[in-house]
Design a protein around this ligand. Sequence first.
Ligand code: MEV
Length: 315
Amino acid sequence: SLRCYAKAPAKVILFGEHWVVHGGRAIASAIGIYSRVIAESLHEGIVVESRNLGVVEDISKRCRIFCNLKKAFEYIAGGDRVLWPASIVIDSEVPVGAGLGSSAAVAVSASAAYACVGGLSVSPDFISRAAYESEKVVHGTPSGVDNTVAAFGGFILYRRGDGFKPIHAGRLDDVVILVIDTGVSRSTASAVEFFAGRLRRLGSIGKEMLELAENIIDEALKAISSGDAVRLGELMDVAHGLLNAMGVSHVSLEKAVHVARANGALGAKLTGAGMGGSAIALVESSRADNVASSLRELGFRVYNGALGAAGLSVA
Ligand code: MEV
């Protein structure tokens, strides 16, 4: 029987969250935290097992848990919807609900493994499109950044309506990103609404802040291209300051960025919607354990991954 292995990374938003809702650009990066999937051909059934969730479901007839993946598999099979039998075993190290795009990493790796046992294309573009069908089931109308980053890896620049552009990156391999999960649950919708309200009330000040956020993107693009981690860290601090001024930080995020910086991080900011959720810190690899443990002592969950990690791979 055929056997395929696929893995796909998590993502973080490095710059531009919220501003991207108002016409600005955003930069996302793959991080070296992976979902891994093994698919094998079967005689009947499409048996999906998540090692992390501890659940198994045959989605060949009806689905309850993995209907998102079924949509992706139907996209892969094409219009006639004849799915081939397979077993799909998911083993993901991407934490759920930390803003890392766990559902997209799983959808990309599972879709690629399923396509591979069916003898079909596993090109990042095709698999990203399939995973987007899964993401629509999970998230409604997502931007598509999570599945794009999981499929292509590296750094990606995006603006609503403009699609995604890969960013050519210099060497950034002696730094890592720490993802600091505050454990404070937040609603993305209410954070987006609060930000939008303040931006409108600020009038010309808001316009200038959006321009500043765009300048930060230009400078961050240069820093990524030249592999200047010190500059990148400093820009993260400034980007956080703007988001804080817009009212989407939280006391737990302020504590996280403060402690990360005080322990030697090159920079730190909230990532994603804010008002809770996660912060990220850019840290020299040699200091990563130190910074992470000082944050863990305060009760934060901390994950660590390489920046600009490779995208989907299939074997
Ligand atoms: C949330 O992860 C990112 C936001 O910019 C919202 C969005 O882009 O849809 C806050």
